[in-house]
Design a protein around this ligand. Structure first.
Ligand code: KIV
Length: 271
């Protein structure tokens, strides 16, 4: 008799209890089935189908060009590779800003067509109407404050946000608002550690930091950066766990050499 192992899927309730029990939450990006399967197998808590796919997968300079259809394609591929992780998907630029009805339609398309478990939106009070509407449809929403890449042309730079009192004050009140509205978590990107600690203590839901220091309730990185597939991107907050760009290049150069020298395939690799 075969005994199938029950895999306990991560839920928003589990994520909240992880914060309450001071258990750190791990989150990484995924854009495709094969990588999602590896990350899920490794035990990651949250997989983010980030609009960073626009940079990492498609080679665009910013996250702005990626479309809702493309996000759904990536998300459905990720969902098929996952048994345990909570899968959250970025609403792409232009699919929610300034129009809460459109925001709800976009979120519903993501949930229906990809099978994901929640959506992420960038911004605070400006997108409150959209957050309320999406939540009212029973769709879990994650917030994203600090350096919000969809606003890069407003910021003009990818530097640390909320260093000045005014911006820090708005970020603190936005975090409290997103918490009050019912978001299940908030990403805090590239802000001072001290501010991230204050915000994390002030909200009831988990904060997930990227370049926000050690005191958020969890951490997120772009998987391709962590694995050293993207070589040029080297911010201070990034810890590389592998140098896969070089590793893959070496392997491919070995393959080319073996093909050219007629070493591959050998007898045991042929029929
Ligand atoms: O799109 C993305 O990868 C993100 C993370 C950097 C948080 O939003």
């Amino acid at each position: 008799m075969s005994v199938s192992k029950e895999v306990k899927r991560i839920t928003t309730h589990i994520l909240k209890s992880m914060k309450d029990n001071k258990e750190k939450i791990s989150m990484l990006t995924a854009y495709d089935y094969s990588m999602a399967k590896i990350l899920d197998d490794a035990g990651i808590d949250i997989l983010l189908v980030g609009d960073s796919a626009s940079n990492v997968m498609a080679g665009h300079e910013t996250t702005l060009p990626i479309t809702l259809d493309q996000m759904i394609y990536h998300a459905s591929s990720v969902v098929r590779g996952v048994q345990k992780a909570f899968v959250v998907v970025d609403l792409p630029f232009g699919s929610y800003q300034g129009n809460s009805t459109k925001a709800l339609e976009s979120a519903i398309r993501i949930m229906k067509e990809s099978g994901a478990h929640g959506v992420k939106l960038e911004g605070g009070s400006e997108i409150a109407d959209s957050v309320i509407k999406i939540l009212s449809a029973g769709i879990p929403v994650m917030g994203h404050l600090g350096l919000t890449p969809q606003s890069i042309y407003k910021f003009g730079t990818y530097t640390v946000r909320a260093r000045d009192t005014e911006e820090a004050k708005k970020l603190k009140s936005d975090a409290k608002l997103l918490d009050k509205l019912g978001c299940f978590g908030i990403v805090l990107e590239k802000i001072p550690s001290k501010l991230a600690k204050t915000v994390s203590k002030s909200v009831s839901v988990p904060t997930i930091g990227i370049g926000a220091g050690p005191d958020t309730d969890g951490q997120v990185l772009v998987t391709h950066d962590l694995l050293g597939i993207t070589k040029e991107f080297q911010p201070r907050f990034l810890r590389r766990y592998m140098e896969l760009h070089e590793g893959i290049k070496d392997a491919v150069q070995d393959y080319i050499k073996d093909v050219k020298s007629n070493d591959f395939p050998n007898k045991s690799e042929a029929y």
